[in-house]
Design a protein around this ligand. Structure first.
Ligand SMILES: [Zn+2]
Length: 272
């Protein structure tokens, strides 16, 4: 069970939610933003034997048509074993010792395993990189299964909508109701103990993020664009403004602030 001071947790909820996945043995690595020395995050890592690694990558894991994109990632892990393995695969691809598509699939599969994603989702994600990207088909599936409609209803009523399958950002379940992804989310919720409310809010925000991606696609046509256009045409002006505003923010900061504000409100209510 996650043990951390309430005020420390509130200073960076996403960090503690992510790192708890390693402590609960769900993931070997998680992606976080760098933090300064002597910060609550730093002390937490020291106390739990977690280390921060910088991983620069060139092989794009995301885009089907663009092979190389430079990116800098910060990963938390108990040791450097897995980071070294990822670096070695990447350099084989860059040196031409490994076929690009084969190597990329290997990277996606290994990362999926290390991040603790279900095999069905990682497999579908890797396969989709040659055709219709999973990011897109997942959002269409979420529209069709009514998840976004329910999300908007919950937001209208200021209620929390727990979607365990969307347990972290940049993870794409093979379908909007993947049972294996849900199970992992429920495991994370349990491992967070007193902080599970923060996680439930976070999964809702992750779904809202996907809805913002859909919002940005309305002018691009295609299946996603058409599905999204139909959905957004039924929303009120104020709701559209909210979605538009949220699609412009730094999502990590936005999520942290949102969770912090709600946690304080719940906390105050419980202790009055
Ligand atoms: Zn799945």
């Amino acid at each position: 069970m996650l043990k951390v001071e309430f005020s420390h947790f509130l200073s960076n909820p996403l960090f503690f939610i992510e790192s708890s996945r390693i402590l609960a043995n769900i993931s070997k690595i998680v992606s976080v933003r760098p933090f300064p020395e002597r910060s609550p995050e730093f002390k937490f890592c020291k106390a739990h034997g977690l280390k921060l690694f910088e991983l620069e990558t060139k092989v794009s894991r995301i885009l089907s048509d663009l092979k190389f994109v430079e990116s800098k990632n910060f990963l938390l892990a108990k040791d450097g074993r897995f980071i070294r393995k990822l670096r070695s695969i990447e350099s084989k691809i860059l040196d031409g010792k490994m076929d690009f598509e084969k190597g990329r699939r290997r990277l996606i599969k290994l990362e999926g395993k290390l991040f603790g994603y279900p095999e069905c989702c990682t497999r579908t994600y890797a396969k989709s990189k040659g055709s219709f990207p999973l990011e897109t088909s997942l959002i269409v599936d979420a529209f069709e299964k009514g998840f976004f409609e329910q999300l908007m209803n919950k937001l209208r009523k200021s209620e929390i909508f727990f979607l365990p399958q969307f347990f972290t950002l940049n993870f794409y379940p093979c379908k909007a109701d993947c049972r294996r992804a849900e199970k992992i989310g429920l495991k994370i919720e349990k491992s967070l103990g007193d902080f599970s409310l923060a996680f439930r809010i976070r999964t809702m925000l992750n779904a809202l993020y996907l809805l913002c991606v859909a919002y940005k696609s309305i002018n691009y046509g295609g299946l996603l664009g058409r599905t999204a256009k139909k959905f957004f045409s039924k929303l009120e002006g104020e709701e559209l403004e909210m979605i538009e505003a949220v699609s412009k923010v730094d999502y990590e900061n936005f999520s942290n602030n949102f969770i912090r504000n709600l946690m304080i409100r719940y906390h105050d209510r419980d202790y009055q």
